[in-house]
Design a protein around this ligand. Structure first.
Ligand code: NDP
Length: 452
């Protein structure tokens, strides 16, 4: 780490103590940016770095609700409004018991750069709650969502802050929150994205993050005149991002072989085909079951329960060419990265946010593999949310083909930006490319708008 980066990180850690994921996300960006700032002192003089790591606003609130047995429960709600230099705050809501301020600040920080890369006018934000939807009835989820939105509705709006889904927040939760917003504000606007198709949602939004991560992998392979056809792929997670990553891999002739949840993972040597994928969608989205059931149904698959406390995840220790981490942050340790490389993996396209630890990223870059960091590779989700906002403003709905074409074009544009800012001789450092490419647009807008 250079002395400039170390000095800057010391201040960030002192001001944001205990927020280790936030420190990790900031450090990765600052390491990319320092040499760039040396060449462009205007950003340093305007203290853009010091300003960009400070959220414009942090909201934290009580969410009281009543469970099915009549007991009162209390959760904590958050919304981090990180940066609005290039558009209204935009970013998902996460409902998961691990949610805390540091995790949401890391996600909001990443979102600023990601949204800038999409080419669309969206600032960065993130929010959520430590509420765990797992094991709750639909009515309990509804009462929680209503209580959460009763406070959040004062702070958001179609021109101010437009939340979407993330872990634990899918179509069901967006529906309940939209209903409560509409009732309290007496207005029907595009205040949330990921809405149902019949009431303002966009075609392809559910598919967009997974499809986008696969399009990005295809672009990276294209730089070596290769395609996804016939490639074996490891995918983690079994939620929204994992499901549509697998679907697009099948469309492009690849062979997805794994899925996981927080209890364990499945390795299916025969590959996950369309029939098996339909089973996973029903299992996860309707029956809300565990991936273990996949191995009960399909005998070509082996289930391994999660080994807590282990320094590696055996999911990443199978022979393949491509990996699509699509579950959660820091799911690839340094040892996992070494296992991936030893098994022949040379493409990693991140559907999840910050799934690779700093040690893992170092292995990927030292070994010169095609490594697409989340803020570039998974930006298709928020990009399509941006397209949903455009359709809501126009009061029009575009066809599936139209949205997919735009999504594909945006992923290509993000890839081009990464190449422009990340080329190091024959190698493309997509981490530097995404960080610098995302920074420039936001920083220039901050310069134009003065000290606010
Ligand atoms: P979902 O809630 O639909 O699915 C999350 C999946 O990851 C589930 O299979 C879940 O297992 C697993 N998972 C979650 N937390 C953990 C954990 N701590 N350990 C192991 N497995 C875990 O979420 P999404 O698919 O929407 O999100 C996945 C990732 O993609 C996240 O990092 C998210 O921030 C990122 N992302 C999502 C976007 C979107 O459009 N949805 C956009 C950009 C990024 P279980 O069922 O057991 O909880």
């Amino acid at each position: 780490m250079s002395s400039n980066v170390a000095a800057f990180m010391e201040q960030v850690k002192a001001k944001n103590s205990g927020e280790k994921e936030f420190h990790q996300a900031v450090q990765e960006v600052v390491e990319s940016l320092m040499p760039f700032l040396d060449r462009h002192p205007v950003y340093r003089e305007a203290k853009i770095l010091e300003r960009i790591v400070e959220p414009e606003r942090v909201l934290m609130f009580r969410v009281p609700w009543v469970d099915d047995s009549g007991e009162i429960r209390v959760n904590r709600g958050f919304r981090i409004e990180m940066n609005s230099a290039i558009g209204p705050y935009k970013g998902g809501l996460r409902f998961h018991p691990t949610v805390n301020l540091g995790i949401l600040k890391f996600l909001a920080f990443e979102q600023v750069f990601k949204n800038s890369l999409t080419t669309l006018p969206m600032g960065g934000g993130k929010g959520g709650s430590d509420f765990d939807p797992k094991g709750k009835s639909d009515m309990e989820v509804m009462r929680f969502c209503q209580a959460f939105m009763s406070e959040l509705c004062r702070h958001i709006g179609p021109d101010t802050d437009v939340p979407a889904g993330d872990i634990g927040v899918g179509g069901r939760e967006i529906g309940f929150m939209f209903g409560q917003y509409k009732k309290l504000r007496n207005e029907f606007t595009g205040v949330l994205t990921g809405k149902g198709l019949g009431w303002g949602g966009s075609l392809i939004r559910p598919e967009a993050t997974g499809y986008g991560a696969v399009y990005f992998a295809a672009e990276m392979l294209g730089t070596r005149n290769e395609s996804l056809q016939g490639k074996s792929c490891l995918v983690s997670g079994s939620g929204n991002v994992a499901q549509y990553t697998i679907e697009k891999l099948l469309d492009l002739g690849a062979k997805p072989m794994t899925i996981s949840d927080s209890s364990g993972y499945i390795y299916d040597e025969a590959g996950i085909d369309r029939e098996k994928l339909a089973f996973v969608l029903d299992l996860k989205n309707n029956r809300r079951g565990r991936v273990k059931e996949y191995a009960d149904k399909y005998k070509t698959a082996v289930y391994s329960p999660l080994q807590s406390g282990s320094d590696h995840n055996p999911l990443w220790n199978h022979k393949a060419q491509c990996a699509f981490p699509s579950a959660t942050q820091n799911e690839i340790s340094g040892k996992d990265a070494q296992n991936l490389i030893n098994n022949g993996i040379y493409v990693v396209s991140e559907g999840a946010n910050m799934p690779s630890s700093p040690e893992a990223i170092k292995h990927f870059i030292d070994n010169k593999i095609l490594y697409g960091p989340g803020k570039a590779a998974n930006a298709g989700g928020v990009a399509t949310s941006g397209l949903e906002m455009s359709q809501n403003s126009l009061r029009l709905s575009w066809s599936r083909e139209e949205v997919d074409k735009r999504l594909h074009g945006i992923m290509k544009a993000i890839h081009t930006t990464c190449v422009t800012y990340g080329r190091e001789g024959n190698y493309i450092n997509y981490v530097n490319g995404a960080n610098i490419g995302g920074f420039v647009k936001v920083a220039d807008a901050m310069l134009d708008q003065g000290v606010v």
